[in-house]
Design a protein. Structure first.
Lengths: 199, 199
């Protein structure tokens, strides 16, 4: 393939997730032709992410200080902890504007096939937070797939005996979706979770 | 969205061609979690590409010196010049091992809709090469699409009166392909370009 610096760049770009050899080549030629200042901004952002971004000591969310902005916010309720798999799930929930409690980021889900067990997730730090005494309810918002469900079940088993209220996000039809195109599992969940129209 | 360094990185990655907001976010989290040395190799490759890679003074191919490796190679015939749109086309042709002449990279194709005319391509430097006197045949290997065909027609119009042989790569069925799935234009070309079985 290409020799020298261009070949090195294509190889490095091709290591990134979702970037195949063709995309890596296209990106490398784009960057070769791009303004030096654009490339400088990209490399500087990369350096700053590696130097400055870390994980919040309390909740595990991405942060540029020991505690993330949400954990430092006094107006956020400490009574509710929403457990998610990844930092990007925090962002998705924040966008709804519906939740004013705090978060706990597990860093993944239990997945025996990939060798990820409870000890590989931030479950121990969740337990110490719960022992702090302020929490009343744990909202488990892991993904609605096999791994997420297994993680939710495991957490509920662990936390319920400690006397906390444990809830799980509702499954059902996506708003704005079309009933006809819903898969059977989702539709089944929507039936079993049906609510009174008055409520 | 994300603040600070992570947000900056997501934004910079999202400016790259073929990388949407979701991919930019996934890439940024991957790079955040990646080894520092991996990210260092990527940024260093980026810097080296910007510092060291330039275009060959003769043919316009990518090069780390004034003249690219192909133009410096004395064993390559100067009698044949293969005209392509982009440096990656040179690589594609080199992989076939079929061509031992030299190249000329136009840097694109004539595209009136995007305001790219003959003056935006490296056509003037092609003309000076042809006046050098060594060339006998110009093989036009621009893409087999509207812009590539227009560029080929324009070049042929310019170069044929100067007494050079001008050829165009054959169009037809891709080898290993299935006749049934060929589009009608390709199939039409395959008919009009049919050859004696003996040849």
């Amino acid at each position: 393939m290409y020799d020298g610096a261009l070949g090195d760049l294509i190889e490095e770009l091709g290591q990134l997730p979702g970037i195949g050899p063709k995309s890596a080549q296209r990106l490398a030629f784009h960057l070769l032709a791009a303004d030096g200042s654009d490339v400088e901004r990209l490399t500087s952002a990369l350096h700053r992410v590696k130097d400055q971004v870390r994980f919040c000591d309390v909740c595990g969310n991405v942060s540029e200080s020991e505690r993330c902005a949400i954990c430092r916010d006094q107006r956020r309720s400490a009574e509710l902890i929403c457990v998610v798999e990844e930092p990007k799930d925090v962002l998705a929930i924040e966008r709804t504007g519906e939740f004013r409690g705090s978060y706990h980021v597990l860093g993944g889900a239990i997945n025996p096939l990939e060798g990820i067990g409870p000890d590989d997730l931030r479950i121990r730090s969740l337990m110490s937070r719960l022992q702090g005494g302020e929490t009343k309810e744990l909202i488990i918002a892991t993904d609605p797939n096999t791994e997420g469900e297994a993680t939710a079940t495991y957490l509920a088993m662990l936390v319920k005996p400690m006397g906390f209220k444990v809830t799980r996000l509702a499954s059902g039809l996506p708003v704005g979706g079309d009933l006809e195109y819903a898969d059977e599992v989702t539709l089944g969940r929507a039936f079993s979770g049906r609510r009174d129209v008055d409520s």
